[in-house]
Design a protein around this ligand. Structure first.
Ligand code: NAD
Ligand code: TYD
Length: 367
């Protein structure tokens, strides 16, 4: 039995990865370390306790807390770390950059130090889950390869780039077995309704407008969250130490086209008029430093890891719309804050803190 420490496992991508790992790797024990910030939702991990009781453990804790991370390494002796935990939303990073530096940079460094202290050579692998946003913005043409110089624009992407550089430095300097994956924009079930797709779905259901930043000409490269998880697993098991792998599905969409398609899809799913739904799309003030275009070249992951995204975008988006319409209670509980009741009762009222205060949403960019 090997023990894999997954940080950020209560979030959008991490929770899918935890479920995939437990169901597809019967000889793994998965220990989740998550601070349960505003983005962490224990409902995302519901049922795993019962299904995988002896192979699954959830620990509430902060990746930047060296003592807590050290204790967990001593207790569990993991032979791999899959590091998802992060402050992940660009707009929030414009409103409060220091949370991003603390969690994304100091948190990654803290985990690397624990791994360096615990692992003899060959004793473990550290996988850093990163983003294409570290490469900065593209113009109309070209794609990011793993050789593209890092040129992050936002505090979010700058903090992820700093973390990636630390991970690569620990490989070069200390010989730590590290792998970095850089993925493009994810979509799918359980994404926190501040990100474009779930944010607009919730607004649509509430009869509100669908805000598009600037002229909606920015381009994002999309991948289904399950394909991202599969890519991380492949990189963990088959990636070469010290390497970076881009994970993408070659699926660029202009924001305006995506939002119009989403509006039409929502209207059809809800039995409304798709053309009338388009009138809900409005243009709002642009995001400062808004990266123009992202496009990832995933050839290296395809070639070396056999990475093949399986979910076609149109089918994936339709299924995602269906999921949000069918799981309205999930995102309503997020909107009202009820999803944190369990955390409050279990950890905070009991005085067993150990995590940074949940960042309260502080307004929105653009709207
Ligand atoms: P998310 O915001 O949904 O979840 C982040 C999780 O990390 C939450 O459960 C939160 O409680 C936890 N966390 C935050 N600070 C912590 C701390 N100090 N200690 C321990 N846990 C903490 O994020 P996501 O969308 O699931 O993204 C996960 C990872 O994937 C991030 O590293 C992100 O940079 C990367 N990524 C995401 C996307 C995407 O489109 N969502 C794309 C590429 C890369
Ligand atoms: P987002 O989901 O925040 O992801 P990221 O900034 O990491 O790419 O936003 C995706 C794109 O959608 C980005 O170009 C900003 C844009 N956007 C809007 O036009 N309207 C919105 O309400 C939001 C949240 C984002």
């Amino acid at each position: 039995m090997r023990t894999v420490l997954v940080t950020g496992g209560a979030g959008f991508v991490g929770s899918g990865f935890v479920a995939l790992a437990l169901s597809s790797r019967p000889d793994w024990r998965v220990v989740v370390l998550d601070a349960l910030t505003y983005a962490g939702n224990l409902e995302n991990l519901e049922g795993l306790d019962a299904r995988f009781a002896d192979r699954y453990r959830f620990v509430r804790g902060d990746v930047a807390d060296g003592a807590a991370v050290g204790r967990l390494f001593a207790e569990e002796a993991p032979s791999a770390v899959v590091h998802f935990a992060a402050e992940s939303h660009v707009d929030r990073s414009l409103l409060g950059p220091l949370d991003f530096v603390r969690t994304n940079v100091l948190g990654t460094a803290t985990l690397l130090e624990a791994a360096r202290g615990a692992w003899a050579p060959g004793g473990g692998r550290f996988l850093q889950v990163s983003t294409d946003e570290v490469y900065g913005a593209l113009g109309e043409t070209g794609r990011f390869t793993e050789e593209t110089p890092l040129a992050p624009s936002s505090p979010y992407s700058a903090s992820k780039a700093a973390a990636d550089q630390l991970v690569l430095a620990y490989h070069r300097t200390f010989g730590l077995d590290t792998v970095v994956t850089r993925c493009c924009n994810n979509y799918g079930p359980r994404q926190f309704p501040e990100k474009l797709i779930p944010f607009l779905i919730a607004r649509f259901v509430d009869g509100q407008t669908l805000p598009v930043y600037g002229k909606g000409e920015n381009v994002r490269d999309w991948i289904h969250v399950d394909d991202h998880s599969r890519g991380v697993l492949l990189a963990l098991e088959g990636g070469r130490a010290g390497q970076v792998y881009n994970l993408g599905a070659r699926c660029e969409r202009r924001n305006l086209d995506l939002v119009r398609g989403l509006a039409r899809e929502l209207a059809s799913a809800a039995g409304g008029d798709p053309d009338r739904a388009l009138s809900r799309v409005v243009f709002v003030k642009d995001r400062p430093g808004h990266d123009w275009r992202y496009a990832l070249d995933p050839s290296k992951a395809e070639r070396e890891l056999g990475f093949r995204p399986e979910v076609p975008f149109d089918a994936g988006l339709r299924a995602t719309v269906r999921w949000y319409l069918d799981h309205e209670p999930w995102w309503r509980r997020v909107q009202t804050g009820e999803y944190r009741e369990f955390v409050r009762r279990t950890y905070e009222d009991a005085g067993a803190g150990g995590a940074p205060p949940a960042a309260a949403p502080r307004g929105r960019v653009g709207v």
